[in-house]
Design a protein around this ligand. Structure first.
Ligand code: PGA
Length: 247
């Protein structure tokens, strides 16, 4: 299973290094640990991790170089030590105004590089209250995958993060997560065939804690979790990984 720590806009270099020193030696067998530091800490984290944790960017732009103030490219992220990048995190959508079309362009661009994308989707509170989670998943994936070849989608990692559950302490129930996970497999299956639908890896994100992580992995059948708040403290993230594989 995947345990991914999304630090968002947190941690100085010293704090980042201290976290890696506490976490990197504690990854249990069966866990693929990933960390998404802010850009400033990527190289420091990659160096300290020495391959024991995969490192990812929280976002990248869809050009390799040029006059794009404030942006970094997939090549630059890779050069600094990243093997992954998030694409379309809900805070990129809501705070920075990224649209489904931007995310489509980024996904296509990143898939042509060596970085592996983690595509983030999830319904708004409005969609959720209307009982339209499946519809939101279908709409977001429909735009993100427009004209994308099947081989690009096979085995892709998709993070399902209901917007109302991110950073709120109100996590989705295991049943809600399971339903959304099967909606993702089904939507991808309709677009690309059942086998490809089954091949995508799904992470649940939104107020995951050491206490609730097992439900998502064991009962809801998720392939992993994307963790914000509960990943900032090294001991909490280690506890979460231990719970994830506890028998
Ligand atoms: P949270 O954030 O765990 O604090 O809800 C998750 C995320 O945004 O990836």
């Amino acid at each position: 299973m995947i345990a991914a720590a999304n630090w968002k806009m947190n941690k100085t270099l010293g704090e980042a290094r201290a976290w890696v020193e506490k976490v990197a030696g504690e990854v249990p067998a069966g866990v693929e640990a990933m960390v998404f530091p802010p850009y400033t800490a990527i190289a420091t984290v990659a160096e300290a991790a020495r391959g024991r944790l995969a490192v990812g960017a929280q976002d990248v732009f869809y050009e390799n170089e040029g006059a794009f103030t404030g942006a970094i490219s997939p090549t630059m992220a890779g050069d600094a030590g990243c093997t992954y990048t998030l694409i379309g995190h809900s805070e990129r959508r809501s705070v920075f105004g990224e649209t489904d079309r931007d995310i489509q362009t980024k996904l296509r661009f990143v898939l042509a590089t060596d970085l592996k994308p983690v595509l983030c989707i999830g319904e708004s509170l409005e969609d959720f209250d209307r009982g339209d989670t499946r519809g939101a998943v279908r709409r977001q994936l429909g735009v993100a995958f427009k004209d994308l070849e099947e081989e690009k989608v096979r085995g892709l990692t998709i993070a399902y993060e209901p917007v109302w559950a991110i950073g709120t302490g109100r996590s989705a129930t295991v049943i809600e997560a399971e339903r959304a996970g099967s909606a993702v497999h089904e939507v991808v299956g309709r677009l690309y065939g059942e086998e490809t639908g089954r091949s995508v890896r799904i992470l649940y994100g939104g107020s995951v804690t050491p206490e609730n992580v097992r439900g998502y992995l064991v009962t809801a059948g998720m392939d992993g979790v994307l963790v914000g708040s509960a990943s900032l403290d090294a001991a909490s993230f280690v506890a979460l990984m231990q719970q994830a594989v506890a028998s």
